[in-house]
Design a protein around this ligand. Structure first.
Ligand code: GLV
Length: 328
């Protein structure tokens, strides 16, 4: 197979081996984000880039890389890439859907339960030597079983989150702007409702929408005002879906009770006011971070990259229009 691949941050071992066995591959040896100028320089002579969501692949960068044929992003989301520009310039973009669905759903529940039952606060309490005796009123949280969960965005991950609610005997409502077949909703044991109804009904709200103009700041002051004061908001999708300043206001004013965040509006920065609050659980974008799933994501990206180099249609092509007028 001829052609060069550049990997912007190290992949898990087996995926790196797969690429090395099949093609000429170079890569950043250090697991750090490459500054833009360095990224541009490293990609100047390569056919395929294997990127991560910390790499910004915008129109200017793509325009400076006329030889680039494909970008294999190691993530299901691709908001770090200007898809329209890539399509215009004939660059294939691929992602890693499906393999992280269940792992991400597990983690949405991890955050939900940690926030509801104050697990992180409890851990800090014990480590600080404050646990002197059992207490009837110590670290009271709220029940999860029997409550209502609202799932915003009912794609693969939203459905997997909904299925898990069955074991907790919960009512599941969901909102999705796109039509969801009745059989899919029934299989997940979930009822479709309007966005406002979901906000009013839900004890827990979990976000599973892609980031786009319609979902940017979907959770703002107006949305928080419609939620229950006891509600817990969980976000494992993309940070800018929540207006972080509005979230801080809502938590401080008791308009909602708590939150669990894996993603941030200005990632990796976190709004400083959130860092001082006890009723929020914060994670560093690790929802898909099980060893098994991250390996599957890396292997999938490697297969996408190899297919593009080989002149085959990459299995997870995000912009199929490019395939019709392919450059390989
Ligand atoms: C992670 O956020 C992903 O999009 O895979």
């Amino acid at each position: 197979m001829s052609g060069k691949v550049y990997v912007t941050r190290p992949l898990l071992g087996e995926a790196a081996d797969l690429l090395r066995q099949r093609t000429s591959v170079e890569g950043n040896e250090v697991d750090e984000v490459l500054p833009r100028a360095v990224l541009l320089d490293r990609l100047k002579t390569v056919d395929v880039a294997v990127t991560q969501l910390t790499d910004t692949i915008d129109a200017d960068l793509l325009a400076a890389l006329p030889q680039l044929k494909a970008v294999a992003n190691v993530a299901v989301g691709f908001n770090n890439i200007d898809i329209d520009a890539a399509t215009r310039m004939g660059v294939m973009i691929t992602n890693t859907p499906g393999v992280l669905t269940e792992t991400t759903a597990d983690f949405a529940w991890t955050l939900l339960m940690a926030a509801a039952r104050r697990v992180v606060e409890a851990d800090r309490y014990v480590r600080a030597g404050k646990f002197k005796a059992w207490g009837l009123q110590m670290l009271l949280g709220q029940d999860i079983h029997g409550k209502t969960i609202g799932v915003v965005g009912f794609g693969r991950i939203g459905q997997a989150v909904a299925r898990r609610a069955r074991g907790f005997g919960m009512r599941v409502v969901f909102f999705d702007p796109f039509p969801v077949p009745a059989a899919v909703a029934a299989e997940a044991g979930a009822e479709a409702v309007s966005f406002d109804s979901l906000l009013g009904l839900s004890d827990f709200v979990s976000l599973h929408v892609p980031l786009g103009p319609d979902t940017h700041h979907l959770f703002n002051d107006a949305a928080f005002a419609k939620m229950k004061p006891t509600a817990v908001l969980v976000n494992t999708s993309r940070g800018p879906v929540i207006d972080e300043k509005a979230l801080a206001r809502a938590l401080r004013a008791g308009r909602i009770a708590g939150a669990g965040l894996d993603v941030y509006e200005h990632e990796p920065a976190v709004a400083p006011e959130l860092l001082t609050m006890d009723n929020i659980v914060l994670a560093p974008h690790i929802a898909s971070a099980s060893r098994e799933t991250r390996l599957k994501m890396c292997l999938m990206a490697a297969e996408n990259a190899l297919a593009a180099l080989d002149g085959r249609r990459p299995p997870n092509l995000v912009n199929p229009d490019v395939w019709e007028r392919r450059r390989i």
